[in-house]
Design a protein around this ligand. Sequence first.
Ligand code: GLN
Length: 439
Amino acid sequence: MQGFTGGKHPGSIGGRNTDSLNAFISFCRQEDAKDGVLSGISFGIKDNIAVKGERLTCASRYLANYVAPYDATVVSRLRAEGAVIAGKTNLDEFACGSSGENSAFGPTLNPLFPGKVPGGSSSGSGAAVASGIVDAAFGSDTGGSARCPAAFCNLAALKPTYGRISRHGLVDMSMSLETPAPIVPEGRTELLASVMDAVSGPDEHDQTTFGHSRTQCVKRLNDFEFQGADIAVPSNLLTLCSREVADAFSLSLSRLEKAGSRIHRFEFRNASMLLPAYYLIMYSEFSSAMQRFDGLKYGTRQGDSSSQEIALSSRSAFGREVRRRILLGTYITSLEGRSEWYARAQNARAEIREEMEGILSQHDMVVCPTMPVAPYSFGEKLADPLLMYATDVLTVTPNLCGVPAGCIPIGPGISIQFIGRKERDEEVLSAMHLFRGLS
Ligand code: GLN
């Protein structure tokens, strides 16, 4: 990025008026950058990821003045390779949403499609990259939150294998599903690979991390072969897509066939279980993660006397969607002794995972659109949460299964998703990279 001047106030990045998109919640103080493979590359960091000494609001009134005491592992690893941490990007409050409309700091605008949502929950990360304010950004992806804004803003993003990137310093939304996830301009898949090499690998602060600290994403970027590849396409999920998405996707399948891939259509048996399993598990984990916000340690004190009063009154600082999820999650987990919902959702998750692993063991990759619709108008789905949730139907599976999924644009606000085997993030990145060169 040229001409970054830092500072706390909008309007000071690259000479662009960042206020107009509401992509940032705050801007970071600048330190001397180190030399490394990401020297001079500027990053927006979703404001649910800790940057030491900077506000960490999760786009919530509750945390409006909270300052992070340490760097998240992704942030310290980016810095170690010379990256510039430019600012903290807007999001749906606590990453709950798919449109970018749920932020206590106001919605983020889509720089490419005026009047349409930028996608969420990593809305500011998408808008900041798409408008060129920063070179790249980190979002988090629990059920599609990096891939959705990437799709709606014509960008590339990777949701890595669960455990490949440390979650240390990412504010928990749903621990078993989420991961930090990088977003870059569509033509910069090589940068995406460098970022993955820089941040991946074991971290003593997150016991779910695994693998080698030196991954080979850049080195293997040209390795995937479409010639002779077996690509599985879940045809029943395609029926959920709008006409424009289905048309763009079928053109992409022709490109893959022309490149010598074999397309195998199959029915995803557990398709109707995807959203229920995701939402029940996410609600349950979310309500448990949110217990820490009891008004005592974080947030501003609102009640006067007992800790219960303080907890109750401070929770009014949460927005509607966050409160809805805490309530539903608490209800679901309180019935857990009777195995009514949570246990059933876990069983469904196990079945979905088994089905997906079976398909991936017989094919090189699963391919489908990223979002079933193109970017829609502000307000269109906000009043009905189920309408909004329905748009996550193609993104939640990789999170439920822990496998990598990368997306790349195929039309205006429309993108294709490559889903690979666990720990084969290099292959997914390579497929994304080479797909752009197919005619
Ligand atoms: N849209 C999904 C939800 O609202 C995913 C969110 C995410 O990935 N953080 O739960």
